[in-house]
Design a protein around this ligand. Structure first.
Ligand SMILES: Cc1cc2nc3c(=O)[nH]c(=O)nc-3n(C[C@H](O)[C@H](O)[C@H](O)COP(=O)(O)OP(=O)(O)OC[C@H]3O[C@@H](n4cnc5c(N)ncnc54)[C@H](O)[C@@H]3O)c2cc1C
Length: 450
């Protein structure tokens, strides 16, 4: 055997599985056709959040008349800062691979008919294989990507400069984050969403609060908009069919946030009898094991949710199991959206729970009731916690400053099976935004403290 473990794909999922199995004493190789760090580090989470954090700082400064500064973004310098951050994170990861004696093999990996990994002319044998090849945007018939003015999100984010008007197709997580970014950079932004709600599938109050905030900032949002590109020679023109009218919408640039597929084509999965679902994602169990018990799959290539949050965790779980430590995926994977008003959620909404016939209630605290929200000058938003009659926490949904951090505390409580009674006992540092959690517990049992 050349290696105990071969990992195909050096994104966050692949890296986590490689490092974890090496920590547990395995001899590991990772095959990467592009750069270590994958989509999250190089093109998605890290670059998008660097840009969004910068524009949020500017808008917060503008909303604070007591700060005397004429804040604005220099996109070129911001891009340099973004590239520096990416490089620093990537170098740390590379250092970690070196520290664990993980061999990095450059090239396109696939499984040959003998069940070995093939990289160019080289064949590599293994005990365990981890597939961590990620996913890619696809060009849809109604929104054909052209590399010029109809782009996928990361290509758009990496343009040296942005044109004046931008139409975003899809009002999901990526659509909302990009709208936040582009609008704060002073662009005219339109979102076209097919469903009746922005952020389809999310708690409806969070979706409507997000819509309100984006519209207040000048983003135009069309819901129930059945659209398609009719011309992209110069400007990009869309025909948009709405419930009671039809319109033409146009922009200098279109960013298509819908449509992705697993990077599993040409991988030779059949040679190892690894099964995929109808959409082409690899089927895995809670230990990230595929239909072939020697093969694991982690991250986007293993299906929903397509998030780095899930990819990291699946990587660790795969590494644990390969290294002989029984490990299963957590019950809850939090989701964060880095919009103008941040969003964090974990678990189920009250509507979901009711559909399942579970008796539950929802405790809601507005952020304007939390003292810290006033000191940071961001009082919009709320935390809603879904609780059953025994006090078990079934879900938490937050919009507001700090939501992407606070939601991790709720995930911790839920994963640890803490009830509201136990949360009620905890002392939360004051004044902090996280105090919203203690106020929820206070209200569940008694009444308002704040
Ligand atoms: C704009 C944007 C913003 C996002 N922001 C967030 C966020 O804030 N939080 C979050 O949790 N998620 C976010 N995501 C999602 C996140 O980026 C992905 O879910 C995550 O990167 C998936 O990790 P992965 O390891 O599965 O795949 P990837 O990161 O895609 O890595 C796969 C790697 O495999 C390599 N590869 C593929 N095939 C082969 C092959 N045959 N041989 C060798 N190498 C191969 C690729 O080159 C790549 O490096 C965002 C996505 C986008 C588009």
């Amino acid at each position: 055997m050349d290696f105990d473990v071969v990992v195909i794909g050096g994104g966050v999922g692949g890296l986590a599985s490689a490092i974890r199995s090496a920590e547990l004493g395995k001899k590991v190789a990772i095959v990467e056709r592009d750069v270590i760090g994958g989509e999250c580090v190089n093109r998605a989470c890290i670059p998008s959040k660097t840009l969004i954090d910068a524009v949020k700082l500017v808008s917060r400064t503008r909303k604070s008349p007591w700060i005397k500064a004429n804040a604005s973004i220099d996109y070129e310098i911001l891009n340099q800062h973004k590239n520096k951050s990416i490089e620093a994170i990537r170098n740390n990861l590379l250092e970690n691979l070196r520290k664990h004696n993980i061999t990095v093999i450059a090239g396109e990996g696939k499984v040959n008919e003998h069940g070995e990994v093939q990289v160019g002319e080289k064949t590599i044998t293994f005990d365990n294989l981890v597939i961590a090849t990620g996913s890619s945007p696809i060009s849809l018939a109604d929104f054909p990507l052209n590399g010029r003015n109809v782009l996928d999100p990361w290509t758009a984010m990496n343009l040296p400069s942005l044109p004046n008007s931008i139409v975003i197709v899809g009002g999901g997580v990526a659509g909302v984050e990009l709208a936040t970014l582009f609008r704060a950079l002073g662009k005219e932004v339109t979102i076209l969403e097919l469903m009746p709600q922005l952020l389809p599938g999310f708690d409806k109050d969070i979706a409507s609060e997000t819509k309100k905030r984006l519209e207040e900032n000048g983003v135009k949002i069309y819901l129930q908009a059945k659209s398609k590109i009719v011309d992209s020679k110069d400007k990009v023109k869309f025909s948009v069919s709405l419930p009671s009218s039809s319109e033409t919408v146009e922009g200098d640039l279109a960013v298509i946030t819908i449509g992705r597929k697993a990077n599993n084509d040409n991988l030779g999965l059949n040679n190892l009898k690894v099964e995929t679902d109808q959409r082409g994602y690899i089927k895995v169990d809670g230990r990230t094991r595929t239909s072939n018990s020697r093969v694991y799959a982690v991250g986007d290539c293993a299906g929903m949710p397509l998030s780095a949050t899930k990819a990291w965790k699946q990587g660790i779980v795969a590494g644990d199991n390969i290294g002989g430590k029984d490990s299963v995926m957590p019950k809850y994977i939090p989701i964060s959206i880095f919009a103008d008003l941040e969003i964090g959620l974990v678990g189920k909404s009250l509507d979901d729970v009711k559909k399942e016939g579970v008796e539950a209630t929802e405790v809601k605290v507005e952020m304007r009731e939390i003292p810290r929200a006033w000191t940071v000058n961001e009082t919009e938003g709320f935390l809603k916690v879904v609780v059953d009659k025994e006090g078990k926490i079934l879900g938490a949904h937050m919009i507001g400053e700090g939501a992407t951090e606070i939601i991790n505390t709720m995930a911790l409580a839920m994963e640890g099976n803490l009830t509201m009674k136990e949360l009620y006992k905890v002392s939360f540092s004051h004044p902090t935004l996280t105090e919203v959690i203690s106020e929820v517990a206070q209200r569940f049992y008694h009444g308002e403290l704040y």
